[in-house]
Design a protein around this ligand. Structure first.
Ligand code: DC
Length: 204
C-alpha cells in the first residue's frame, strides 16, 4: 500500500489520542501524536532552552520524557504560537505522514496545514466542561490535590491560545468531519472514527 493519511485535529482532551491510537491499531497504520513535539520543545524551554533552537534540534529521544504534565502542556501551547518553532517541526511531521503503510497524525493543524491532502480529516471535539472533567479524572489519580477549577481554567486558557494564534490556529479543515464526543462513550467515538476511515480506505 502507498500513502494513506488520517488527520485528526481538535482541542485538548477531546479524545483525539485515544481515537488516533485505536484507528492506527485497527488499520495497522503508524501513529504520531504531534502534540508531543510541541511538549518536548515546551519542556526544553522550561529547562531554560531557546524554543527555536530546541525545535530545530529535536530528536526522537526527546519525546520519551515525562511530557504529560499540566506545566508542560501550557509551555507547549506557548511555544506553539511561534512561527519559527512550527516551521522547524513541519518536515518531521510530513515525513512521518509520507511513510508507506498508512499514518495517523493527531494535533491541531494536521488537516489544515501539515497534511492538507489527507484522505481522511476528522475534527474531534467536546465541550470544555466535559474535556476538563476527563482531564481532571486522569490527573487526580497521580496528583490527589488536583482541583477541578484549575483544570477547567487550564483547558480554557489553552483552547483560547490555540484557537486565536495567527499561525496555524486550531480550527476544522473545510473538508473535515466533526465528531463531538461530549455525549459519546469512547467506544462509540472510536467506532465513528473507524467508520469514516473505512469509507475512504475502501475506495483506495
Ligand atoms: O495535543 P497536546 O495537548 O499534547 O498539545 C500540546 C500543545 O501543543 C497544544 O496546546 C498546542 C500545541 N500543538 C499545536 O500547536 N499543533 C499541533 N499539531 C499539536 C499540538
Amino acid at each position: 500500500m502507498t500513502r494513506f493519511t488520517v488527520a485528526i485535529d481538535g482541542p485538548a482532551a477531546a479524545g483525539k489520542g485515544t481515537i488516533s491510537k485505536a484507528v492506527a491499531a485497527h488499520f495497522g497504520f503508524a501513529h504520531l501524536d504531534t502534540g508531543l513535539l510541541y511538549r518536548a520543545v515546551g519542556a526544553k524551554v522550561l529547562a531554560g532552552g531557546d524554543p527555536v533552537q530546541a525545535a530545530k534540534a529535536l530528536t526522537p529521544q526527546d519525546l520519551d520524557g515525562d511530557l504529560r504534565t499540566p506545566e508542560v502542556a501550557q509551555a507547549a501551547s506557548r511555544v506553539a504560537v511561534l512561527p519559527d518553532v512550527r516551521a522547524a517541526l513541519v518536515d518531521f511531521q510530513r515525513d512521518f505522514a509520507a511513510r508507506d503503510g498508512g499514518a495517523v497524525l493527531d494535533g491541531r493543524d494536521i488537516g489544515t496545514v501539515i497534511c492538507p491532502d489527507a484522505q481522511v480529516k476528522l475534527f474531534v471535539t467536546a465541550s470544555a466542561e466535559v474535556r476538563a472533567e476527563r482531564r481532571y479524572l486522569e490527573l487526580v489519580e497521580q496528583h490527589p490535590a488536583t482541583s477541578r477549577d484549575t483544570v477547567l481554567a487550564d483547558v480554557i486558557a489553552r483552547d483560547k491560545r490555540d484557537r486565536e494564534r495567527a499561525e496555524a490556529p486550531l480550527k476544522p479543515a473545510d473538508d473535515a468531519v466533526t465528531i463531538d464526543t461530549s455525549d459519546m462513550s469512547i467506544e462509540d467515538a472510536v467506532a465513528a472514527a473507524v467508520a469514516q476511515v473505512q469509507k475512504a480506505f475502501g475506495q483506495t
